[in-house]
Structure formats: structure tokens, C-alpha cells
Design a binder for this molecule. Sequence first.
Ligand code: NAD
Length: 448
Amino acid sequence: MSLTKKKLPINTGIKMLESAQTLITKTGKNLGLSAGAIKRLLMPDAVHELNFTAKIKGKTEVLQGFRIQHNNKLGPYKGGIRFHPGVSREEVQALATLMSIKCAVAGLPYGGGKGGVVIDPKTLSAKELEEVSRSYARAIAPVIGPKVDVPAPDVNTNPTIMSWMVDEYVKVKTEKPTFDQTDSSRRNLKNKDNNLLATFTGKPVGEGGTLGRTEATGRGGVAILKALLAKMQTRMKKKPGEITIAVQGFGNVGYYFAKIAEEEGFKIVAVSDSKGGVFVPAGLSVATTLRCKKEKGSVAGCYCRGSVCDVKNGQPIANEQLLELPVDILVPAALENVVNSGNVSRIKAGIIVEMANGPLTEEAFAFLAKNGRIIIPDVLANSGGVTVSYLEWYQNMHQERWSEKKVNERMESLLMGAFSAIWQRSLEKKQSIKQAAFELAIERITAA
Ligand code: NAD
């Protein structure tokens, strides 16, 4: 109890759920859906609230978890599992709802789901983390499956955790009492069991995971940005080398977005992490910045020697300043609600690529859209991740293993299909890309 309820964070999930539901209601009304049809889209198919136990610091603790299955009209529920002390039913429901939209936007044969455990994993030993993961997997085992509900990593969960979870799930389903849980004997599984591996995506490569997943979200975001710029040729006259980009966040999404955008010839002028950022007007090297972050613990200390920073080539900046830089493209790739009513009037970028989930509040989005900024919404911009999760699932289901090149090509082709349909609709109906994406997704779900 003390482990999960200490310093209970404010339930930001309530606001998140309200916001997702307002968007769906507005879109449903625009599409002329009946009140009943809209209500059906708002209500999840099933809410599983789970109490399960794990031994932590020598004591058996009862933990609370969720698996919320929002809508499966287009296919199995799909969505990650997060471990966080702030997890709430409302937050998981909001995220499950947005997964239904994201999968429909991406044209994937999936519905939306999400899971969560109310726990701070940073307080756990590796053994305790494994026990929590296995215990949660056992609790959700009756309601998931390769054709029913397919979880994946999310905040504070990773391929290792997926490996423990899928191992536990296979144990439950195959009912082999002698199955050795410490031995990765999944390699010996027969084809039918291989399908069981498809129940979780984001697994380690070599244990049913796919090549290309780590980079997928960043790579997909860059592909969509390039597609947008190609459509905007008449408005954006600069060549890639002259187009400046600032990226907030230097984790999985931010780092790979910056790295791949740099490889594509764009000029990355600023990056940041939780401790601050660095601004290099002439363009920075992503590889050098990563090396420096590894040495100094943050990108904020790069271009500095001791307390002296090289203000000519690069200067430290606060996270808030990064958002307000006079760049062509702003890529918030860290947290939600970072662009809000407090700073929106100071945002100068003409294009914003929402790589994080929900980095712009609704108010900020409306203000920027009204002022002619182009915003690639999160449900499209970061859908490369779930698209490659789908390709992992597909490979597992068909007993195939693809090269990274093939995975990347398939992902890009799926994303380009999604982008073209949304772009076309936004032009025809004179809508924002976000509005077009939500309409298309809801049309696809209701048509199914
Ligand atoms: P991550 O934990 O790997 O990286 C997060 C980064 O944000 C880190 O560099 C961290 O230092 C930085 N950060 C934390 N607080 C910050 C602050 N106040 N200001 C600036 N930077 C800060 O997480 P990630 O996987 O890169 O996910 C980032 C966002 O992208 C999240 O919103 C996540 O939901 C979303 N997303 C991730 C994926 C994926 O495949 N990883 C897919 C879709 C969406």
C-alpha cells in the first residue's frame, strides 16, 4: 500500500479523458452521428480493474492495475502498458480511446486498448520488477490474446518487461507445469505457441521482437514530415539543409527523430532533455550530442567546459526557451501539455510535429491553427511505433522474420497511405490535419 499510494499525484487523467471525449463528441457531431453512436464511441467496451500481489521489500503487496479495451471494431485491441504511480482509470481510458483513433488513422487492423499498474518502478529491484510484471501478466491473461488484445511497452516498460510478460502468458496458456520460467525456452515453441508470442509486441529481437522497432517512432515522424514538406513545396521554398528544427526530448522518440532528420539533411539547431537544452544556430551534430550526453548526463552541459560554455557555437537553453526558438519546425517529443495558454503566443515555428502524446493543449492547438501554423497531430506523427508493432505481430502470426529494410519499407508505405488520405481530406474539407485525422478514424470505426 505504502509503495503505491505514497504522495498520490494529481489525477491528470481526468482532464485527459475529458479532452479526448470532447474531441470525439465534436467530430461525431460534425459527421452527423446520432447521440447513441457518439455515446458508444465514448464508452469503452470493457474496463478490467485488477488487484494482484507481488512480494516487495519482503512484504506481499496488493497492487492495482488496469486493462481497458476501448473498441475492437477494426481488430484486436492494441495499446501499451505503463507502470507509474500516477496511473488512474481515467488516464488509461483516455489513452485506450486515443489508441482506437491512432490505429484507425494508421489504417491498421486494430482497435484501441491500454494497460497500467499504479507503481513507481524506480523504487523496485530488478527481481521485484520482474515479479510485478509477471503477476500483472497473469492477471490480464484471461482477457488478452493474439486475436483479442495485444499489449506493448509504454511509459516505464520495455522489451525486457514484455519478455517476462509474454513468458508468463505462454505459461498460463500452455498450462505446462514444468515449463522452466528462468529458461528462455520460447525458442523451442511450436508454431501454435509462436502465435501466442504475438500477444505482446515490443519484445526483444531474438525473442519474437522485430528489427526496426526501436527507431520506428522517430523514423515514422521524419517520413511524415518529409511527405508534408513535399505537399507544401510552393509555401516552403527552403531546401532541407536550410530548414531548422528544434527537438524537445532526447529519449527514444526525440533522439531517433533528430538523428534520422539530420541524416535526411535537415538542420537540427536545438535539442533538450529533462535537465535543459542546447542551441547551436549553425546546426548541431546529433551523434556528438549523444556522446556528450552520455559523458555529462545531459545535453544541457554540451558545448561547455566546466562552467564556461561556448556561446559562439552553442549555448545552453532552458526547455521553455527551446519551444520558443525562431525555427521552421518544432518537435515536442517529451511530455504532454508543454505548449499551453502560458506560452502559445511566443511559439514561432511554422510547423509543429507532435511526436509526444498530447504536447499541445486544446487551447494552444486552436490558437496556433487559427494563426496559420501547420500541426501534424500525435495520432499521425508518432504512429510509426504502433505500425511497426503491427508488423511484429504480423511476423509472429505468419512465422516470418523480416530484415530491417523490409520493416522500414512496409512502415513507410503504411504511413504514406495514412498521410495521403488525411492530407487529401484536409484539403477537400478545408480542415486542420488533426480534424481530418479524427474524422477519418471515426468514419472507419463506425463503418466497421
Ligand atoms: P523516453 O523516456 O525515452 O524519453 C523522454 C525524454 O524526455 C527524455 O530525454 C527526458 O529527459 C525528456 N524529458 C523529460 N522531462 C522533460 C522536460 N521537462 N523537458 C524536456 N524534456 C524532458 O520517452 P519516449 O519513448 O521518447 O517518449 C516520449 C513521448 O513520445 C511520450 O509522450 C510518449 O508517450 C510518446 N510516444 C512514444 C512512443 C515510442 O515508441 N517510444 C510511441 C508513441 C508516442
